[in-house]
Ligand binder design. Structure first.
Ligand SMILES: N[C@@H](CCC(=O)N[C@@H](CS)C(=O)NCC(=O)O)C(=O)O
Length: 224
């Protein structure tokens, strides 16, 4: 049986965002059963957990007889490859889908994450006001470049939904608190097309249920 880790509780702005939704989503897409182990920061900092996930993050995916995997990109690629689903049929198309999987994580997510950092974690309002316009401009440029690609196709690689689409649409959640996608209709339509999938909706509902069953008091914090 596959086990993935997720956080017991996160503040409202992060609910429905925590990256374990990507693993729940891909597993639901391929129809593989799994269980979820909900953890707190004490577990995140535990030496045993760090052996499997050196950064103490979620999610990781454990499975009997297989190496424990971390990094959502690696996990969705592993599930797609082994299941023979969510990747195009030819080698060339598969390589293209993997390109876009990496692009979502390396060339898009870091830009969007900077905005989340400014909006949710910068405390000093003056610093925030100085930094935000530049970050918005960078995000807008990236989204504009992606919009050009998506104007004449429904999915990033081939004719069907692949893990590249799963990851790119998931990455868009990072700026879900803004209206920036309103300026990039093709990216927004692509995201909405992916989010209309039953597996996505079930994955998010499941994550929200797990979090709603807990509260800040369940999220024990290690002292270190
Ligand atoms: N690149 C990693 C990022 C994982 C990540 O950032 N996880 C966050 C939750 S979305 C986390 O565990 N944060 C808690 C922490 O870093 O202590 C992946 O895609 O798996």
């Amino acid at each position: 049986m596959i086990t993935l880790t997720a956080l017991k509780w996160v503040p409202p702005f992060a609910q429905g965002q925590v990256r374990d939704h990507r693993v729940r989503w891909v597993l639901k897409e391929v129809g593989w059963p799994y269980r979820v182990e909900l953890i707190d920061t004490v577990v995140q900092q535990d030496a045993g957990y760090r052996l499997a996930q050196p950064f103490g993050q979620v999610p990781l995916m454990r499975e009997d007889g297989r190496p424990t995997l971390f990094e959502t990109g690696a996990i969705v690629l592993d599930v797609a490859t082994r299941s023979g689903r969510l990747l195009p049929g030819t080698d060339a198309e598969r390589a293209h889908a993997v390109c876009w999987l990496f692009a979502a994580l390396n060339s898009v997510e870091p830009f969007l994450a900077q905005l989340a950092e400014v909006d949710f974690f910068m405390k000093d309002e003056a610093d925030k006001a100085r930094r935000r316009p530049g970050v918005i401009a960078m995000v807008d440029t990236r989204l504009g470049q992606l919009d050009v690609v998506l104007r004449d196709r429904e999915y990033l690689a081939g004719d069907d939904f692949t893990i590249a689409d799963l990851m790119m649409s998931s990455v868009m959640k990072v700026i879900g608190h803004t209206d920036l996608l309103d300026r990039h209709a093709a990216v927004k339509a692509h995201r909405d097309r992916c989010f209309a999938r039953p597996a996505y909706r079930e994955a998010i509902a499941e994550q929200r249920r797990d979090i709603a069953a807990h509260g800040p008091r369940d999220m024990k914090y290690a002292s270190a």
